[in-house]
Design a protein around this ligand. Structure first.
Ligand SMILES: [Zn+2]
Length: 99
């Protein structure tokens, strides 16, 4: 038997049969900030310096820090998980009446 390699849903881990519909996706989350926190004068705490020190102290957490800035996932999801993903990314539906 030769054919396309079996696919697995990246969200629920379920195997997707070749005859099943699946959905390919690429999701990139880029950390951005329009306004930087201005250091409060006289507070005595430099948050960025503290963060850098924390980063130096535990290099294994730098991966997590990096993921806060750039996080990327790509793969395929099954039809059921597509619904979940779409619901998660959709703006909250307001219980508003008809216009
Ligand atoms: Zn799934």
């Amino acid at each position: 038997m030769s054919g396309p390699p079996p696919k697995t849903c990246i969200t629920c881990g379920r195997g997707i049969a070749p005859s099943e519909v699946y959905y390919r996706f690429t999701l990139v989350l880029e950390g951005e900030q329009d306004v930087l926190d201005t250091p409060r004068a006289g507070s005595g705490t430099d948050e960025l310096t503290a963060l850098l020190k924390q980063l130096e102290a535990s290099p294994e957490s730098s991966q997590a820090m990096e993921e806060q800035v750039h996080w990327e996932r790509a793969g395929v999801v099954c039809a059921a998980c597509r619904t979940v993903v779409m619901r998660t990314l959709a703006p909250p539906t307001e219980p508003a009446g008809p216009h």
